[in-house]
Design a protein around this ligand. Sequence first.
Ligand code: 5GP
Ligand code: ZN
Length: 112
Amino acid sequence: MSDCIFCKIVAGALPSKKVYEDDEIIAFHDIHPIAPVHILIIPKAHIVSLSECENNHQALLGRMLLLAPQLAREHGLETGFRTMINTGRGGGQEVFHLHIHIFGGGDKLART
Ligand code: 5GP
Ligand code: ZN
């Protein structure tokens, strides 16, 4: 198996608090949440980052993005939520398997 921790989560070799799964996507709680609700949406396939996405990933990316409001609703983020995709070292990416952060809850999020 690859050294990728998110691939290990997909394979069930590492535990996670899963909140969604289908044939192409899983979503689970971030291990170090920066807000009361902090969920990661990832493709099951190992795609390194947004920079490695190609035209054949359009439908997958659309489905991942459309999952965000659904999961936000399901986790009580009625007043809104923030999405974030860190891309590459310069973009603050630490886990090199594409993921969308969704977070919110509690007080109004700061803009930074
Ligand atoms: P990045 O900086 O790459 O956008 O964010 C990676 C995120 O993955 C971080 O918020 C970090 O807390 C989370 N993370 C790293 N390792 C694990 C893990 O083993 N399990 C879970 N659930 N989240 C992780
Ligand atoms: Zn991976």
